[in-house]
Design a protein around this ligand. Structure first.
Ligand code: SAH
Ligand code: SF4
Ligand code: F3S
Length: 479
């Protein structure tokens, strides 16, 4: 739980996997990813496309011929971080003039002219729907030109491209099931950077899950900005024009993936409160291997703010969705995203967010200060009028409240025996593994004879506010 990061957000720098493409040219790619899980998943597609063009990935930027930053534009501080990195790589170019530096992802869409022409920070700018064009564009740069492709597509889903898995663990993986977003929440830049929503062929999704399982992966996370609006017309391979056509929706897709193998865990992100239906919850409760964890971003606890945010639901609607989760899966973990200090937010509206948090008692939350984004509805319609210090103070209150709830939720599992998927060696102790429960709680325990990818029952005896410690046991698991 850290301010400024969503489950969809972290930074992974450099990559270890060395990929030999069919016609390896010995050229080396250094890829750095920012932003959401979708961006990390896209980086694996980029690595795959460039592997086919003869690139190997390297972890060492100084060793690279091509440096690509897959960027995020969600908040101003995300962009500032990338800018600092670009200035750094501009320095590398002085030492190695043949080095090609490119920007991919969401900043590419927003800042193409600025990055290429005004600031001359990069040679190459490629938007999220144009990655197939990367080998051509890199050639163009090597021929002495700057290269850009930021066209957004209504069809591109990279369905048949086998991503090159960039993590070393080999236990958990992402699968993108859709791209873009049609929602137009007033604070959000994503519809502008990623274009229209489109779903991916369910057969290709199930095939990818099966392949991952066969390679030893034991958990997949299905990704989309609004997974509940996933839909695929079976007859015309995609777009749904009217509602009585034969359609695969998210609940059905979830079940199809769950049936790949009972030992393959399924997670998904992100659910949208306005679209999350009970049939998704029933599908979850029916299959043990669909993890009992839902990320359901609320953003604000006050209906007037939600209206200004154009979220499409009220506080009451949201709480009704929480009730549905609790009714259908009493033990399901729930996490959320909160924005503090949105345009016009009053003290009373802020307190409504705190009271909603008290009511729901989230297992986890990702909490942000509102950051105005160019072109969004909020930028055009409302004043960003909550003073910076008030935003900061409100955010602190939200964080403190969440710390109480998060700790309480972690404690609730203390002393219980939990089924854990072993993911890898604990960061703090070499002789211990860490893994996650179905509720996404991290558990640390002695390695014994286990290996990553195994399931273990762990009896917990100690905890920090967010992690449980335990011993492997033969007792049956309670969750
Ligand atoms: N599609 C997901 C969210 C993707 S962005 C959804 O609808 O829930 C992840 C989170 O970043 C959002 O949930 C929101 O809490 C936060 N966020 C998005 N735009 C923001 C902005 N302009 N300022 C601050 N936080 C923002
Ligand atoms: Fe942004 Fe809203 Fe789409 Fe999420 S659902 S990506 S917050 S526009
Ligand atoms: Fe993701 Fe950031 Fe783009 S959160 S969709 S990488 S703006």
């Amino acid at each position: 739980m850290r301010e400024g990061q969503t489950p969809l957000e972290e930074t992974r720098q450099g990559e270890a996997t060395v990929v030999k493409g069919p016609g390896s040219t010995g050229r080396k790619l250094y890829l750095e990813s920012y932003g959401c899980q979708m961006n990390f998943s896209d980086s694996e597609i980029v690595a795959s496309i460039l592997a086919d063009a003869g690139y190997q990935t390297t972890r060492d930027a100084d060793d690279a011929d091509l440096v690509l930053l897959n960027t995020c534009a969600i908040r101003d501080n995300a962009e500032q971080r990338v800018r600092r990195r670009l200035v750094h790589f501009k320095g590398n170019k002085k030492r190695n003039p043949s080095l090609v530096v490119g920007v991919l992802g969401c900043m590419a869409e927003r800042l193409r002219e600025q990055l290429l022409e005004e600031e001359k920070l990069v040679d190459l700018v490629v938007g999220p729907d144009a990655y197939r064009d990367l080998p051509n564009l890199v050639d163009q740069v090597e021929g002495g030109q700057k290269a850009v492709n930021v066209l957004l597509s209504r069809e591109e889903t990279y369905a048949e491209i086998s991503p090159v898995r960039l993590d070393k663990g080999g236990v958990t993986a992402f699968i993108s099931i859709m791209r873009g977003c049609d929602n137009m929440c007033s604070f959000c830049v994503v519809p502008f950077t990623r274009g229209r929503e489109r779903s991916r062929d369910p057969q290709s999704i199930v095939r990818e899950a099966q392949e991952l399982f066969d390679q030893g992966y034991r958990e997949v996370t299905l990704l989309g900005q609004n997974v509940d609006s996933y839909k695929w017309n079976i007859d015309n391979k995609g777009v749904v024009k009217n509602e009585d056509e034969p359609v695969v929706r998210f609940a059905e897709l979830l079940e199809k993936v769950a049936m790949v193998n009972p030992d393959l865990r399924i997670r998904f992100s992100t659910s949208h409160p306005k679209d999350m239906t009970d049939d998704v919850l029933h599908a979850m409760s029916k299959h043990d291997n669909i993890c009992k964890y839902i990320h359901l971003p609320v953003q604000s606890g006050h209906s007037d703010v939600l209206k200004r945010m154009n979220r499409g639901y009220t506080r009451e609607w949201y709480l009704n969705r929480i009730d549905a989760i609790r009714r259908i899966m009493p033990d399901c973990a729930i996490s959320t995203d909160v924005i503090s200090g949105f345009c016009g937010e009053t003290q009373e509206e802020h307190e409504a967010t705190l009271s909603l948090m008290d009511e729901v008692r989230y297992d986890m939350a990702f909490m942000f200060k509102y950051s105005e984004r160019p072109k969004t509805l909020a930028e055009r319609k409302f004043d960003d009028d909550v003073p910076e210090e008030v935003k900061g103070a409100r955010l602190q209150e939200v964080i403190s409240r969440q710390m109480v709830h998060g700790k309480e939720r972690t404690q609730a599992f203390m002393g219980k025996t939990l089924r854990v998927l072993v993911e890898g060696t604990s960061k703090k102790r070499d002789d211990q593994f860490f893994g996650r429960t179905t509720h996404n709680t991290v558990v640390v325990f002695p390695k014994g004879d286990l290996k990553p990818g195994d399931y273990a029952n762990v009896k917990t005896f100690d905890s920090t506010p967010v992690t449980l410690m335990g011993e492997v046991t033969h007792e049956p698991a309670e969750a």
